[in-house]
Design a binder for this molecule. Structure first.
Ligand code: FMN
Length: 341
């Protein structure tokens, strides 16, 4: 579909959800369900896809759903519709993340066209970056992107603070690898190579060999000793960089802040992607309360940290997967959308 076409509300909802599912989500759990009713889409969190060990409060689940809400809004804009979004509209239904409705149309702006073209193309980067500098004004654009949805992107430029944040990621990753409950949970979301699953982190999306950077931000151990992952692109290169390091934070730490963090995250990722800039995400230290509190008090001025971002230039080869939109889109009145199966 495009802005020159006019479809039925059902066709629009199908198109929008097919775009929304390409949002990032923790371990690619895709913890969402969509219910279409007339010119409105409701986004629900799917607690069956939550991570009780790594994410007991559902914060990362709500961030993931927030990223999908942003895609819903952007997909509607790409058709020229003006989305009206209510975040957590019903205190009696905490799983109802957002309701997005549409009616009038206004022309699509060029930046909206460019952002929406990245929804399918954007990929999470894992590993090091090329040493090339970011395009001029990129960081200012990303900071503005975060602020549009009520979050703050704090660039950690100082060498000492970068090293401290890297140490927090290392400590978290070490602790998580030693926690058998965490490892079992991760195993549920790391399918074997060649799997036909439409969720989880496939071996086509992470490097088989760790690329060390200085300072070093270790990735998650998705392969868990099996040797899975993408082979290196070429001969090992010297001078691979950690990238520009940043923290995505909010002033408060309520579910609405988590949803807005997800919206901000997706706007940041898509804005970066329009300029060929890739982003690596680390949520390991924010999954451990002591380390999250350490980052909050020492590195983010008291604001609540949600994700460590590394931003840089790199040729990406990662491939990801998604469930078919039919598995997550339900007509209004279908109980499967909001009840456990
Ligand atoms: C809240 C949240 C936390 C994430 N944490 C990590 C992380 O710690 N390490 C990582 O490699 N990717 C992380 N990701 C990225 C997801 O693994 C990724 O979005 C998912 O596998 C889908 O792949 P794609 O982004 O390439 O489409 C996170 C994503 C979200 C939304």
């Amino acid at each position: 579909m495009n802005e020159r076409m006019s479809g039925t509300a059902e066709e629009i909802a199908r198109y929008v959800v097919a775009e929304a599912v390409w949002a990032p989500s923790v371990h690619n759990t895709q913890p969402w369900r969509f219910v279409a009713r007339g010119q409105q889409i409701s986004v629900y969190a799917d607690a069956d896809r939550g991570l009780p060990v790594a994410d007991p409060d559902g914060r990362e689940m709500m961030i993931s759903c927030g990223a999908a809400v942003f895609n819903v809004r952007l997909a509607l804009r790409s058709l020229g519709y003006v989305p009206h979004t209510l975040v957590l509209p019903d205190p009696g239904q905490p799983a109802l993340v957002a309701q997005v409705s549409w009616s009038e149309r206004v022309p699509v702006a060029e930046f909206e066209r460019r952002l929406s073209s990245q929804m399918h193309r954007r990929r999470t980067h894992r590993g090091a970056f090329d040493p090339d500098p970011l395009p001029h004004d990129m960081l200012a654009a990303l900071r503005t992107s975060a602020a549009r949805d009520g979050a703050v992107l704090r660039i950690v430029a100082d060498d000492g603070r970068r090293a401290t944040l890297a140490a927090a990621v290392q400590t978290a990753e070490q602790q998580l690898r030693l926690d058998s409950r965490y490892v079992r949970e991760l195993a549920r979301w790391t399918p074997v190579p060649g799997s036909l699953r439409g969720d989880g982190v496939p071996a086509t999306s992470y490097p088989a060999r760790t690329e060390r950077t200085d300072p070093y931000f270790p990735g998650r151990d998705f392969a868990r000793g099996h040797g899975w992952g993408l082979p290196p692109l070429g001969a090992a290169q010297a001078h691979r960089a950690a990238g520009v390091v940043a923290l995505l934070t909010t002033a408060a730490d309520r579910p609405a802040d988590w949803v807005n963090t997800g919206q901000a995250l997706q706007r940041i990722l898509l804005t970066a992607s329009t300029s060929g800039v890739a982003v690596a995400l680390h949520s390991q230290p924010t999954e451990l309360p002591v380390l999250r509190e350490f980052i909050r008090t020492r590195l983010s001025g008291g604001a609540y940290p949600h994700l460590v971002l590394r931003i840089g230039m790199v040729a990406q080869a990662a491939l990801s997967v998604r469930r078919h939109p039919d598995e997550v889109l339900f007509p209004s009145g279908d109980d499967r959308a909001i009840r456990r199966p």
